[in-house]
Ligand binder design. Structure first.
Ligand code: ATP
Ligand code: MG
Ligand code: MG
Length: 429
């Protein structure tokens, strides 16, 4: 893709916007762009530089994204709504053409990476709650105040960030949380400990490498990324990637959302709005808590991916009401007039709370509470789903957050009780 109309090739140290931004390292890439950590010589801060492919359709897409991001920034001047902030934008001419570039605030790893670092085991529920609150505040702002649908909400498009202020030396301050955590922290299990050990090794190696490079680059350092996954004591995140966002009164595409996070009304083409984002939000929350995607539809013998997807939804959430099933432009492809799937006849019904208990080893109460939060958001009828604002009122989000010490002292009490009762048995004998 590094050809005419495609990506712009960047070398470390390249400068942009008449020397204002200096490329430091690659942060990521997508279908439309490559994203670079850059040093902003004007503000002396690190930023993320998103360099779009240059072909006209990509240029147009970037113009749209900039329009959306500008509206987001204007509506939230104090940057409180957990949505990515556009700092600047400009054109850059290169050998492959004219590239629109977006300068964004620099954030950390995506939630997808966080899930991977946890070895697909799911995060602690208190962390899930904190992350969900951020996403819901973001969605409430986008939906309620701007009238904007994100249309591609998923763990990959939600990035962590740290509220710790980088001090004079950004490298070491970014490394500090992990390097200074005591080895064998009681907080973390064996697996996390071994991951932490590896991360520390990587951090030390990265510091050595960077110090070398720093010397040759006039003291401009690199903030290495992997660290940011585990320093989430203050767990915050922001919603990113507004390339496919649209205003609710001006929907652009018919087919939106990444497959696994796609709402039923999108599959059936019954028209979509804000509730489609809410569906993706629920799928994301489930994935954070369990480490696995809620739906992973596949094409099978005699049925399509869409049909498998609809079948899995019904197996977990109950039968789709006939009216809803038959109301979309594509309903006839999948459902008969009774609202039964044409090609997948025998469904194995489960329920969300049983799944959480049996497959993911939630306690009964945890499963029941989490399911009571998720199920209304997964209503087949989009109009019945709670809004982001309504979700923010749900008791699950504000359940008593027990601290580690409280949990430990509770289990100590249990331990003592256990020993006491053993002693009583012995005495009795
Ligand atoms: P897509 O195909 O997903 O639409 P895209 O070309 O629009 O991709 P983004 O998803 O915006 O690009 O960014 C690509 C990757 O770059 C992200 O997945 C993330 O890893 C990284 N990235 C993007 N923005 C930032 C940021 N502000 N700070 C840090 N990393 C970022
Ligand atoms: Mg993306
Ligand atoms: Mg995009």
């Amino acid at each position: 893709s590094y050809r005419k109309g495609g990506y712009h090739a960047v070398r470390i140290g390249d400068s942009f916007a008449d020397g204002r931004y200096i490329a430091q390292s690659k942060l990521g890439w997508g279908q439309f762009s490559t994203v670079w950590l850059a040093y902003d010589t004007q503000s002396s801060k690190y930023v993320a530089l998103k360099i779009q492919k240059s072909a006209p359709q990509f240029f147009e897409a970037a113009l749209h994204e900039i329009e959306v991001l500008s509206a987001i920034a204007t509506g939230d001047p104090s940057n409180m709504k957990y949505v990515i902030r556009l700092v600047d934008h400009f054109k850059h001419a290169g050998p492959n053409g004219q590239h629109l570039c977006m300068v964004l605030e620099f954030l950390g790893d995506s939630l997808l990476r966080l899930i991977k670092y946890n070895r697909y085991k799911g995060l602690e529920l208190n962390k899930v709650r904190k992350i969900c609150k951020c996403i819901l505040i973001a969605l409430d702002y986008l939906h309620g105040e701007l009238g904007l649908i994100h249309t591609d909400l998923k763990p990959e498009n939600i990035l962590l960030y740290s509220t710790i202020n980088p001090s004079k030396d950004p490298i070491r301050s970014a490394m500090t949380p992990i390097l200074e955590r005591p080895e064998g922290n009681q907080n973390s299990g064996i697996i996390i400990n071994s991951i932490e050990k590896k991360l520390k090794q990587r951090a030390r190696r990265a510091i050595a490498r960077i110090s070398e490079r720093q010397a040759s680059m006039g003291g401009v350092g690199v903030i290495p990324k992997p660290v940011r996954c585990l320093d989430g004591i203050d767990m915050r995140c922001k919603v990113v990637d507004f390339g496919s966002a649209c205003w609710a009164d001006r929907p652009i595409a018919e087919e939106i959302q990444t497959r696994q996070y796609r709402a039923p009304e999108v599959i059936l083409q019954s028209g979509y709005s804000f509730p489609a984002d809410m569906w993706s939000f629920a799928c994301t929350a489930f994935e954070l808590a369990t480490g696995e995607m809620m739906f992973t539809p596949k094409t099978g013998q005699g049925f399509s991916e869409d049909e498998d997807h609809l079948a899995s939804m019904m197996e977990l959430l109950g039968k789709m009401p006939r009216k809803i099933a038959t109301s979309g432009a594509r309903s006839k492809d999948y459902f008969d007039r009774y609202g039964d799937l044409k090609r997948i006849r025998r469904l194995k019904y489960w329920s969300l709370d049983r799944l959480l208990v049996e497959k993911y080893k939630f306690s009964d109460s945890e499963a029941c509470e989490f399911a009571s939060f998720l199920c209304p958001i997964l209503d087949f009828q989009p109009e019945k789903r709670p809004t982001a604002q309504q979700c923010l009122q749900h008791p699950w989000l504000n359940m008593d957050n027990q601290t580690h010490d409280e949990v430990m002292s509770e289990s100590n009490v249990e331990n003592i009780n256990f020993r006491l009762s053993n002693l009583q048995i012995k005495l009795h004998k």
